[in-house]
Design a protein around this ligand. Structure first.
Ligand code: AOF
Ligand code: ZN
Length: 339
């Protein structure tokens, strides 16, 4: 399943609106003989690629898939049938397919006499490569991550407006690697004016990654025609609104969206409860003055604070990456938190 997750992760960002699924076929001895990942929409599903890589060695073997094999004829024929025809003896999958059109693969496989196991590394898959797609299936809207990079005192620029190199090179490389796996990146017009960001996904050598997310500029203010975000390195969408729900509606075909800045736009998304995850890159530097990473999230008193729960904490070189999800915990629970 770890190899299937790796295959899944390797195509994240290239399959939307379909999920980035990974599949591995093991022969009767348990040796991996075929790996596959979902191709862009209309292309083969993960299982079909893995089966064709395995060929006859799939017979009597085992299929390991991150998502329940589909049971429908959509743009491609059902994977459940492909697995039955390939003659596998067992299928392990991590998460069930919530799509009412595609679900039911487990039952079809079992009815054909195949041993079916559900739930292997399900949390890792649901919180990892299939996270945004599962979110969109459940809520009917894209998954929004707010990314911020700030000093320890919550500032994203120094007093004179300089904002380069708050976090270290490793954290910046991580941000670029992540960008290449997204569907869209949103910024406000204020950020375009202040920083003139390019918003492209770059490889460590500075060249452009193969997959570029849609660049989205949100806000009613004007931006100069010379702004770097308007060049032809990647597509750009201009949305003349400040309303988070209008932004999300305009991006409803997308699955995995990153909100990059600035502070006012982030405040509007937080106030509207439209941030599904925060990725906070926090550098061990203090600025004392300068622009705050967040402005006006509709919070007037401590009761109204927008609360998040910690999902994970990682160190990246000298910086930390804190991943947070919307919190259900109120002040009382926080006080009794034993950690
Ligand atoms: C799988 N393996 O690799 C993927 C699956 O329009 P289609 O035919 O491409 O079907 C899309 C649906 O199939 C998608 O919404 C999801 O339920 C499932 N995706 N299933 O067995 C895969 N990508
Ligand atoms: Zn399928």
């Amino acid at each position: 399943m770890r190899s299937a997750i790796e295959a899944s992760e390797s195509v994240r960002g290239t399959t939307s609106p379909n999920p980035p699924v990974g599949a591995v076929i093991l022969d009767t001895e348990g040796n991996p003989v075929g790996v596959g990942a979902t191709l862009p929409p209309g292309g083969a599903h993960a299982e079909v690629s893995a089966i064709s890589a395995a060929g006859e060695r799939a017979r009597g073997g085992t299929a390991v898939v991150t998502l329940e094999p589909c049971n429908h004829t959509g743009r491609t024929p059902p994977c459940s049938q492909a697995l039955i025809e390939a003659g596998v003896a067992a299928v392990y999958f991590a998460v069930g397919d919530p799509n009412p059109l595609a679900r039911g693969g487990a039952e079809t496989l079992a009815a054909a006499g195949i041993e079916v196991h559900r739930g292997l590394l399900a949390e890792e898959v649901a919180g990892g490569p299939l996270r945004a797609w599962l979110h969109r299936q459940k809520h009917g809207r894209p998954h929004v991550t707010w990314k911020l990079a700030s000093s320890l005192d919550g500032r994203s620029a120094a007093a004179d407006g300089t904002s380069q190199w708050i976090t270290g090179p490793l954290a910046r490389a991580r941000v670029h690697a992540e960008r290449a796996k997204l569907d869209a990146i949103i910024v406000g017009t204020g950020t375009v004016l202040a920083d003139d960001p390019w918003l492209t996904a770059r490889l460590p050598d500075g060249s452009l990654a193969a997959h570029q997310p849609l660049r989205v500029v949100v806000g009613v203010g004007e931006i100069p025609a010379t702004a770097r975000v308007l060049d032809d390195a990647a597509p750009t969408l201009r949305l003349r609104t400040r309303n988070p729900d209008e932004v999300i509606a305009a991006l409803s075909d997308h699955v995995d969206i990153l909100l990059e800045g600035g502070p006012t736009l982030a405040g509007a998304f937080l106030a509207a409860r439209r941030v599904d995850r925060i990725q906070a890159y926090i550098a061990p530097i203090l600025l004392g003055q300068g622009a705050a990473a967040l402005h006006d999230a509709g919070v007037g008193n401590i009761e109204q604070a927008v609360r998040f729960d910690r999902e994970s904490l990682e160190t990246i070189g000298p910086d930390i990456l804190l991943s947070l999800v919307p919190g259900g915990t109120g002040t009382t629970e926080t006080l009794t938190d034993k950690e």
